[in-house]
Design a protein around this ligand. Structure first.
Ligand SMILES: Nc1ncnc2c1ncn2[C@@H]1O[C@H](COP(=O)(O)OP(=O)(O)OP(=O)(O)O)[C@@H](O)[C@H]1O
Ligand SMILES: [Mg+2]
Length: 591
């Protein structure tokens, strides 16, 4: 349970509410206790009155006095039950509400951590696992601090109050009636553990089915064009069969749960009647006490049964919290190490920069030396896998160099305030990701201030304004999940518009014109030139036509710079750049 210690700080934060909650539990249990006493009193008085009828020795009418007593006690029982209910409501309103606050705090803490962690972490971990930390694990912990804590307080106070009352009446009877209870707690623990294991298995299978379904929706085009519907359906049916089997296993054990509780409570009641009967013959207790005891047993039965349930709840919460703690302890390798905001002009220098990806050991960049002067433009050219994206990722510090240094305005990039650095860069990634919101949301993504004219201008510069205007809802058109409603070229142009809206000091374009036709690409480049004036820019492209106007071009091959120079110089030098240029210009369709 030591992992749950992490929650102390949250519990401490809400200590007052929890204290008040505990008080409500106590009050509600005290109110719950009295009806049993009233039943005993009613029983005993009625018995007394019945004896009086038989003896006919009393002056008062025993039947009407019995009626009065029954009415008095039933009203009292009703009143106390209502009071108990009211305090139970307050108890839930405090303790369960606190658990929701803790869930909120914990989720925020985890989410904050997610945002700090590096890309490397995301590449290593599966999305499903990451989602589980923030959803399933947190909700298991919530169950422990909410219902778990509430029932623990409830059981402790109730146990203390009821046992105290029972011992007051008759210790022998108390001892006997409690015999089945430990057995009840232990068996519930085992059964609920089994239920948890089986329900987790069923849950996992359900996640698998969800994943298959989701994947087949996303890949529906490929499934249909490859005519794979039958195979996919077969796979789906198989997984569904497994799910049904797992659910049946779960129902089997769940079906065992309630009969087990009822048998054990029943045996306790039987013992009470038998031993209580014997004690009452000996005049150690009244018959009313037997009825009172039966009520106590029923009051204790559920809380005691829930000891097993709570134990298994706590175990699961502890395992979840252990995973959360491990995750929260991860230190991001790239973090804000300078809180002072930095103004960036845009001189970029690479000094003997190498990068080896830890997980694959691929040497993506080898001893790169390079300088891009403030306000100048650089083209990056090279075969697929030559390290172009890696080079850009180092400038935005999505990765840090393995060796060598990157200097921006002659300051080591690692010493520059991270958010300043990123705020000065307008980065269009290779696979322009769009969020599922409106076109407007996607364009104004980087800024808190919305300006309609700026948005329209950005869309215009990115050559997408006409298309947006042709949509029924214009800028308010919903971009489907992963931008499915848009074509590849439209998505790329929206990503470009997003950067134009940001109006940064440096532009970085990673092959973001690949799905855009020649004329539109040309126009975007002209607009870019207008915007890029006096701004440092780096453009990665497989199309030489996108690079020819830039000040300088480097050619990468297997992580090394093999050629450098202006477009003019490069097409006049024997080498890879010239070879591709000839191919691309002689085969215009490929441009
Ligand atoms: N996150 C990563 N983890 C491990 N290896 C990676 C990672 N990203 C890229 N690589 C590897 O590093 C090398 C360079 O990749 P990079 O993405 O920089 O190439 P690229 O020039 O941008 O290629 P393309 O033109 O296809 O976009 C490749 O061999 C690639 O497999
Ligand atoms: Mg790339």
């Amino acid at each position: 349970m030591q992992h749950l210690k992490y929650l102390y700080k949250f519990l401490w934060k809400h200590k007052l509410k929890l204290l008040v909650g505990t008080f409500f539990v106590l009050i509600s249990n005290i109110f719950a206790l009295y009806p049993a006493e009233f039943v005993r009193k009613a029983f005993d008085t009625i018995l007394e009155n019945t004896q009086n009828i038989n003896n006919s020795s009393s002056d008062t009418n025993p039947i009407s006095s019995s009626n009065k007593i029954i009415l008095k006690y039933t009203s009292l029982i009703l009143l106390f039950s209502v009071l108990k209910g009211i305090f139970m409501f307050f108890m839930r309103q405090t303790i369960i509400v606190v658990s929701r606050y803790i869930e909120f705090d914990l989720k925020n803490e985890i989410y904050k951590k997610y945002q700090q962690l590096n890309l490397e972490f995301y590449k290593k971990n599966k999305t499903g696992d990451l989602m589980n930390r923030i959803s399933e694990d947190v909700s298991k912990v919530r169950m422990a601090v909410g219902p778990g804590l509430m029932y623990t307080i409830n059981i402790t106070t109730l146990f203390f109050l009821v046992i105290n009352r029972m011992l007051d009446i008759n210790s022998k009877l108390t001892l006997f009636t409690l015999i089945p209870f430990p057995l009840l707690a232990i068996s519930i623990y085992y059964v609920s553990n089994k239920i948890n294991v089986r329900s987790e298995k069923a849950q996992k299978q359900l996640s698998k089915i969800t994943a298959i379904t989701q994947e087949s929706y996303s890949g529906i085009e490929i499934i249909k064009s490859f005519n794979q519907q039958k195979n996919i359906l077969k796979n789906f049916v198989n997984e569904c069969k497994k799910y049904t089997k797992k659910q049946i296993d779960l129902i089997e054990i769940e079906a065992f749960f309630f009969p087990l509780i009822i048998v054990l409570i029943g045996s306790s009641t039987l013992i009470t009647i038998y031993i209580g009967g014997l004690e009452s013959f000996k005049n150690n207790i009244s018959t009313g006490n037997i009825a009172e005891f039966i009520i106590y047993i029923n009051m204790l039965a559920w809380p005691i049964a829930s000891i097993g349930w709570i134990t298994s709840l706590l175990q699961r919460a502890s395992a979840s919290q252990e995973r959360i703690n491990k995750f929260l302890k991860i230190k991001p390798k790239i973090y804000q190490n300078n809180i002072k905001k930095t103004f960036i002009k845009g001189n970029i220098k690479f000094k003997d920069v190498s990068l080896t990806y830890n997980d694959t050991n691929i040497k993506a960049l080898k001893c790169i030396n390079l300088e891009i002067q403030e306000g100048k433009t650089l083209g990056v050219f090279g075969k697929t896998g030559s390290g172009k994206t890696t080079l850009l990722d180092l400038i935005t510090r999505l990765y840090d160099t393995t060796s060598g240094k990157i200097l921006i305005d002659n300051i080591d990039i690692k010493k520059i305030n991270l958010s300043s650095l990123r705020s000065y860069i307008g980065y269009v990634p290779q696979d322009g990701y769009l969020f599922s919101g409106t076109i407007k949301d996607n364009i104004i993504f980087s800024s808190d201030n919305y300006n309609y004219d700026k948005m329209v201008a950005a869309a215009k510069y990115a050559e997408i304004l006409d298309e947006i205007n042709s949509f029924k809802d214009g800028f308010n058109t919903i971009v489907g999940e992963r931008g499915v409603q848009l074509s590849g070229g439209q998505k790329q142009r929206l990503s470009i518009a997003r950067v134009f809206y940001k109006n940064p000091s440096m532009y970085i374009f990673d092959d973001c014109l690949s799905a855009i036709d020649k004329q539109k690409s040309k126009n975007i480049l002209i607009n870019l030139n207008k915007k890029m004036k006096s701004k440092t820019s780096i453009i990665v492209s497989h199309k030489i036509s996108s690079l020819e106007k830039l000040d300088n071009i480097i050619v990468l091959k297997e992580g090394e710079i093999i050629q450098k120079g202006s477009h003019k110089a490069l097409i006049n030098t024997k080498g890879y750049y010239k070879e591709v240029f000839i191919k691309q210009t002689s085969n215009l369709e490929n441009i």
